[in-house]
Structure formats: C-alpha cells, structure tokens
Design a protein around this ligand. Structure first.
Ligand SMILES: Cc1cc2nc3c(=O)[nH]c(=O)nc-3n(C[C@H](O)[C@H](O)[C@H](O)COP(=O)(O)O)c2cc1C
Length: 215
C-alpha cells in the first residue's frame, strides 16, 4: 500500500470510529432507515369478531410492518371455508389435499412467506377452533414448510388476567415453532380484554404496532 493510501485509509477509519462513537452512525441509520430485507408476511387471524381484540392487534402489527415496506397477505380463518383435516393421509404430509376449499388460496402464501403471524383469541385456553382448523391443514404442506427459514409471531387476547392461563397457548405456539424450525420474533399477550374493541383501552395495540415496525 502506498503511504498516501495508508494515511487516507487511517483517516477514514478514525473518522468512522469517531462517528460511531458519537452516535452519529445511529442518526444516519435513522435517516436512511436501518437496512431491512423486504419480507412476505402472512397474517392468520382466528376470531369470528371482525372488529374484535385480536383483529385489532393484527391490524396494528400490519400497520407497523407495512410502514417498514413489508408485503402483507392476511387470511381471516373464521371467514373462510376450511374443512378440518380428516387424517386420510392422501397428501402424505407433502402433497395434494382431498379438500377443494379456501386452504388452496392460503397454501402458496404459507409456503412462500418469510414470516407467519398468528393472531387468535383464547377459547378455553387454546387458539380458536377456526385457527386450529387452519393449523391442522399445515399437515399437507409439512414437507414444504418444516425446516424452512421462516420467522413467526404470536398475538393473543383473553378476558382473564392470570398470566398462568396464557401458558397453554404460548406452549402450543412455541412447541409448534420448535417443530417447524421457525424463529419466534415476538409475542403480544393481551389479557383482561373481553368485549370486542376493549383492547383499544390498553397498551397492547401499541405493542403489536411496535413489533411490526421492528422487523
Ligand atoms: C368460546 C369462547 C371461549 C373463551 N374462552 C376463554 C378462556 O378460556 N379464558 C379467557 O380468559 N377468555 C375466554 N374467552 C374470552 C375471549 O378470549 C376474549 O373475549 C377475547 O378478547 C376475544 O378476542 P376477539 O375479540 O379477538 O374475539 C372466550 C370467549 C369465547 C367466545
């Protein structure tokens, strides 16, 4: 290296260190926006209440994620025609399902998604049956989604306030993520919300928004 190049390089390195040290680097990142890969995010909602609490969390998450430029596909499980898995095993866990229903629309959106979000109310300590039907249909695409490098998040709402009561849903979600090999990037657990829309009186919508915005 020429002496002049060496001096130039040293000055630039020193300048870079000084900038990083003063926090200016963070300011630059803020202005330009931190580098994020644009993701395809599939959001599954599980409540039959279109303006309910979990739908609110899903909307706020979507708002934050869209502001970061991510592409959202939303599938409202309770408003779709989804047959429950019959365990016929025709799909062989990696093939065509016997049912010709709305899962056909969701199927490619799950396979190609970089991230999948589950937003469900608590129904007797589990996710809603509407969402569970959809999860069970993952069986037919198991070979294509298991082990795929996907991110995931979980948004849940329930009326009671005991943290212990949220555990079965959280254990289910985390165990499913472990099985699929997807990375859990966040959970919003909204307790104490019973009537539709009551979650607006809490900080949980903000938490969901921040989670979406953090991606
Ligand atoms: C069938 C059913 C079962 C429920 N089970 C529970 C429960 O086990 N624990 C609880 O705290 N709340 C329970 N709830 C209340 C809901 O979880 C709560 O109202 C939630 O905020 C609804 O979300 P949503 O507005 O998105 O539908 C239940 C509600 C229904 C309709």
């Amino acid at each position: 290296m020429e002496r002049r190049d060496f001096i130039k390089k040293s000055v630039l390195t020193a300048l870079g260190t000084a900038v990083a040290g003063t926090g200016l680097m963070q300011a630059f990142n803020h202005i330009n926006g931190p580098k994020t890969e644009k993701m395809k995010i599939t959001v599954l909602t599980g409540s039959p209440r279109a303006n309910g609490n979990s739908a609110c969390l899903a909307e706020q998450f979507i708002k934050g994620a869209q502001e970061k430029g991510h592409e959202i596909y939303r599938f409202d499980c309770a408003f779709k025609h989804i047959e429950p898995c019959r365990a016929c095993n025709r799909c062989g866990m990696n093939g065509t399902c016997i049912f010709d229903d709305d899962f056909l629309e969701l199927r490619p959106k799950l396979i190609e998604a970089d991230m999948v979000v589950f937003a469900s109310p608590m129904y007797h300590f589990g996710v809603s049956a509407q969402m569970k039907r959809v999860i069970d249909r993952f069986y037919a695409i198991n070979g294509q989604i298991k082990g795929a490098p996907k991110k995931a998040a979980f948004l849940m709402t329930y009326a009671d306030t005991a943290a212990r009561e949220a555990e079965p849903m959280l254990v289910h979600y985390r165990t499913l993520m472990d099985y699929l090999g997807w990375t859990n990037v966040g959970e919003v657990v909204a307790s104490g919300v019973w009537t539709a829309g009551s979650v607006w009186n809490t900080d949980y919508p903000q938490q969901a928004y921040r989670l979406g915005k953090s991606l």
